[in-house]
Design a protein around this ligand. Structure first.
Ligand SMILES: [Zn+2]
Length: 143
């Protein structure tokens, strides 16, 4: 999906989640995948909390003074902005993890997630991996 594709100049600028190559090198594919899913669902929870915050701010908007209404309007804007960011981040992390997981089967022996990262090309988003079971090499394309 090109909608969630990271621009080439932003690859490697993600401070919250490690890239596939770094993640596999540090903790292995399965842990990396698990962390990506946990992180994405944490963003989903944040988006849900923002919806609750927006609803509370709309509810409080009815009464109160002008300064109260201004504060409520600021809370609505803040919750809306953070909520949209969190929802986009949730969808991006989830889709990215699923795209990688769909390529995690060894083409030769069909072993799932048993590979080491050999190299990565940040521009094309491809990571060269080697199967731990049969030593077959293939490329995983990352968004
Ligand atoms: Zn294999």
């Amino acid at each position: 999906m090109t909608y969630f594709k990271t621009p080439a100049n932003m690859i490697g600028m993600n401070y919250l989640n490690s890239r596939l190559y770094d993640g596999i090198r540090k903790v292995g594919f399965r842990k990396w995948y698990e962390r990506e899913l946990l992180s994405s669902h944490a963003h989903m929870v944040l988006a849900f909390l923002c919806i609750i915050g927006m609803m509370a701010a709309f509810e409080a908007f009815r009464g109160g003074t002008l300064s109260d209404k201004l504060f409520d309007a600021a809370a609505i804007v803040a919750c809306g902005g953070i909520g949209i960011w969190a929802l986009r981040r949730y969808l991006y992390l989830l889709m990215n993890a699923e795209v990688v997981a769909n390529q995690a089967n060894c083409p030769e022996c069909k072993a799932y997630g048993l590979f080491t990262a050999l190299s990565e090309d940040r521009i094309s988003g491809q990571t060269q991996v080697r199967c731990k079971k049969c030593a077959h090499e293939w490329q995983i394309e990352v968004n």
